[in-house]
Structure formats: C-alpha cells, structure tokens
Design a protein around this ligand. Structure first.
Ligand SMILES: CC(C)(COP(=O)([O-])OP(=O)([O-])OC[C@H]1O[C@@H](n2cnc3c(N)ncnc32)[C@H](O)[C@@H]1OP(=O)([O-])[O-])[C@@H](O)C(=O)NCCC(=O)NCCSC(=O)C[C@@](C)(O)CC(=O)[O-]
Length: 312
C-alpha cells in the first residue's frame, strides 16, 4: 500500500474544539495550550475564529489569542472567518491564514451563517478583493461536504461548483468538512478524485468528525488517495454548534499514533502531545473522547510480578 511519507496536521482544537463549549475557557489558557502544542511539534493551527461573538461567544477573544501566542518560524496561525468583517479582523490581528467557510446545503448554511449559499459565494468574491495583494494564506472550507444532517446526501456537483468558486477566487487550498461524521471511505475516495481531476493545483485538506466512529478509517482512505493534509482536534474535542448531533473532531493524538504506526511522518512528538491533551481534559473538567491519552501507545507496558500475581 503506497502512502505519503509525510503529512501536515492542522490542529483545530482551540477553534472547532472549543466553539461548542458553553463555559468560557480563559484566553491565557487557550494561549498556553497553543504554545504547548507548538512545543510538541504542531506547526499549523486553526487557532480561533473571527465570527460574531453573539453566534459563538467562546471565540470572542480571537484577537487576544492570536496576539498572545509565541510566534515561531514555520508556525502557521490560521483563523476561520465567515465574511469580510471577519477577514478584516483577521488581517488586523496578523493571522497567517484565513479559512473562509460556507456550507454546501441551503439549510446548514442558513443555520450556520444566516444566509443562502448564493450570498456566501458572493461574500467569497468580496473577500478575494479585500485580500488581493496581501501575503495572507487563503484557504476555503466547505461544511457538510459528505452529508448534511438536514438534507442527507449532498450532490457531488454542488461540492465541485463551490470548490471551483474558491479556486477561481485565488484560494489555493480547500478543506472538505465532514461536519456531523457522515463521510465514508467510498465517499471520500469519489469526492477527492473528482475534485482533484477538476483542480489538481488546489491542495485538499480533510476535516473529519468521529460522530459515527469511522473518522480514522476515512483518514486511511484519504492517505491511500494521496491526501497530505488532515484537520483534527486535541483530545477529540469539538463539534459545530449549528448542527444537531454534532460531536468531536477526529482526535489529534489518535491520528498521530496511527500515522506513526504507518510510518507517515507528521513532525509531532506523540508523548508530548498526549501530555497537552491530558491537561486539556483537566481544564474542560470531564472525560474527553481521545483514546491514546487513556491507554498510551501500544508499547506502554505495565509491570506484572508473576510470583505475587500483582500488576505494578
Ligand atoms: C455569519 C454571521 C456573522 C451572520 O450573522 P448575522 O446576524 O446574519 O450578521 P449581520 O451581518 O446581520 O451582523 C450581525 C452582527 O454581527 C456582527 N458581525 C458580523 N460578522 C461579524 C464577524 N465576522 N465578527 C464579528 N462580528 C460580526 C455585525 O457587525 C452585527 O453586529 P451589531 O451591529 O448587531 O452589533 C453569524 O451567523 C456568524 O458569526 N456565524 C458563525 C457561525 C460559526 O462560527 N459556526 C461554527 C463554525 S463552522 C463549522 O464548525 C464547520 C467547519 C468549518 O468546522 C467544518 C466542518 O466541521 O464541517
């Protein structure tokens, strides 16, 4: 089986992970977690979002979060933005990357962004004008790309049209969001192959939620299809507050473990990452979905004293 030698992990825990948490996590804590993740080798983040603080109160400190992280060479601090106002705020805050998002279906786009898809497509044009000549990285994101909790299957033609729109507006990377875990390996393969045939120059990123337990199976299919960018959340926290039944993203530590065991380099130190995930669990104050932070890597062995019949 031929897999990529190296992949990029985009850590979205401080954005997608926290956006569904009703209790506000202090700004300093978010900054500390981001710094610790950088120490563990993570190099690409969706660190926050510039959305309406009324829609997502947890993200109201977006500017302070970006200002507080210790910048280091090679680290990309990205921010989600739904409209020109969000992008202006991201530019003022010196984000390295904007991630401009919309949903593939009318119902989810209305629930999430309070507008029809057509208007969101026009917003993308305004944003493209706004960032023209600016060095900020531009990534698009298509939510409910593998299925919508309101409308079910999403026509691939719709995804291709939105993907094409991002490409024409100068975006060089697009994330396919599996907002409520409706992706399957077959859908992943068909979608990636079709989009790659349309626009081989656009980098595809895969953003899975583990809502139906097959998030990492979908990653395996992405790897087999040659995709080299995956979005995941520390400790498996996360979910879209505007989608019923949404649960956490695929878990970053579990993903790094899988990649390590498959010989695919992510540049991330798994043991250091697990420690940050355990700290996050303490901060959130309840058990989180990540598995590796509970069991450790497979060769984390326990002492067994045969004579005493006791586990040390
Ligand atoms: C899009 C809007 C703003 C429309 O919200 P609206 O109420 O229709 O917008 P509006 O233009 O009428 O503005 C209302 C107020 O919000 C302000 N406003 C307007 N824009 C901004 C902004 N950018 N930043 C800060 N403030 C903003 C604006 O200035 C105004 O303030 P007021 O005059 O009333 O004081 C709102 O619905 C919103 O913020 N939605 C965000 C939803 C969201 O964050 N969803 C979760 C992320 S998406 C997701 O999780 C999926 C993804 C990406 O992860 C992939 C996947 O999992 O599949």
């Amino acid at each position: 089986m031929s897999l990529p030698d190296r992949v990029e992990i985009v850590e979205v825990g401080m954005r997608d992970g926290l956006q569904i948490e009703s209790e506000f996590v202090p700004t300093d804590t978010k900054i500390q977690i981001l710094n610790q993740l950088i120490d563990a080798g993570v190099r690409h983040f969706e660190a926050t979002s510039f959305v309406s603080p009324r829609a997502v109160p947890q993200m109201r400190d977006a500017q302070e979060v970006l200002a507080g992280v210790r910048k280091r060479p090679g680290v990309v601090l990205g921010a989600l933005a739904p409209n020109a106002k969000g992008v202006e705020r991201a530019l003022q805050s010196q984000a390295d990357e904007i991630v401009v998002f919309l949903s593939a279906t009318e119902s989810h786009n209305t629930k999430n962004l309070n507008r029809p898809v057509e208007l969101s497509l026009r917003d993308i044009e305004d944003i493209a004008q706004l960032v023209q000549g600016h060095p900020i990285r531009r990534k698009g994101a298509i939510a409910v790309a593998f299925g919508c909790p309101f409308e079910g299957d999403v026509d691939l033609g719709r995804i291709r049209t939105i993907f094409d729109h991002f490409a024409r507006q100068g975006f060089d990377a697009v994330t396919l969001g599996d907002t409520t875990g409706m992706a399957t390996p077959k859908l992943v393969r068909n979608t990636v192959e079709a989009l790659r045939a349309d626009h081989p120059e656009i980098k595809i990123s895969l953003h899975f939620h583990n809502t139906r337990g097959i998030g990492l199976v979908n990653v395996m299919e992405g790897l087999r299809a040659g995709v080299t960018s995956y979005e995941s959340s520390l400790a498996g926290l996360g979910g879209c507050p505007f989608a019923p039944g949404a649960t956490g993203n695929i878990c970053t530590e579990d993903l790094v473990y899988l990649l390590d065991e498959m010989g695919v380099d992510s540049g991330i130190d798994l043991r250091a990452l697990i420690k940050v995930a355990q700290r996050l669990e303490g901060i959130i104050g309840r058990g989180l979905p990540g598995q590796l932070m509970k069991a450790g890597p497979r060769l984390n062995l326990h002492n067994y004293d045969v004579a005493a019949g006791a586990v040390g």
